[in-house]
Ligand binder design. Sequence first.
Ligand code: GLN
Length: 309
Amino acid sequence: MLQELQEHLEWAFAQAEPLKHGKNAGYIPALAEVDPERFSACICTTSGEIIRVGEDNPFTLQSMSKPFLYAEALATFGIETVHQHVAVEPTGKPFDALIDVQSGSKRPHNPMINAGAIAIASLFAQGSERDQVRRLDHLFGRYLGRTPIQFNTRVYLNERDTAFGNRALAHLMNHFGMLGGSVEAALDFYFKACSLQLNCRDLSVMAATLANGGRHPLTGRRVLPGRYLRDTLTVQATCGLYDYSGRFWFDVGVPAKSGVSGGIFAVVPGKMGIAVYAPRLDENGNSVRGLSLLKSLSQKCRFHVFDHA
Ligand code: GLN
């Protein structure tokens, strides 16, 4: 079974490798400079077996941090409180859209877009900078199965210094009373979460924790209560790929999340977590090779949750 999965992964990788279109994210200099040919993928099964393909270079978590922030917010503050700050509706708009702020709804559409994630970050952004690093370490360390977590300082500084869109978004949200505390503290927490550095192996283990009912496949530790896991995967299923979420669900049919570094992780419930990394992005901000690999693999292995309906 594992041998067969390895063969399917290698086949899906080979299907995607010739794809050269798309571009690295250009608005964060440290991401623009990454070798666009980088390509790796890894699967971690719910019983902790790992298979991989390609050279596993490090990258940053970026928007793939958003489901974990949302899950942690649910577990820490409860569903009612969290949903006063963010809704769970897809936008059909790009990840950095200002639509939510213009809508006057007083809460962003969902926690998988920048506006929603900044609103969630603002719930956590209390206390000193050290407290915040400790909070991120505790949060992501449980999914990684090790601490301390590593940050890519250059990406963090780049985001802090050049993320004019996010800054504008946060200030507008604050103007409309959508943020709990300091704008700078919320942004800083958000930038730090985006700058967490890891590789496909790490990301596949994090995804496998979500596939495994919230229990870490290697440490055996329960990381997230089942109720919040269900909620998080639901929002990933409907909003995880921004304005491509509908088509992704149609083609691949499992909850996933992408980030502008070129990473995507997918969760095959009860079976495995899949991580893929290739920096060139399409017009929706999703990895071109990553989407291709996940589509091929899902069709080959019949991962779509309705394949067996
Ligand atoms: N740090 C990025 C940003 O805020 C994350 C966006 C993404 O990965 N889509 O712009």
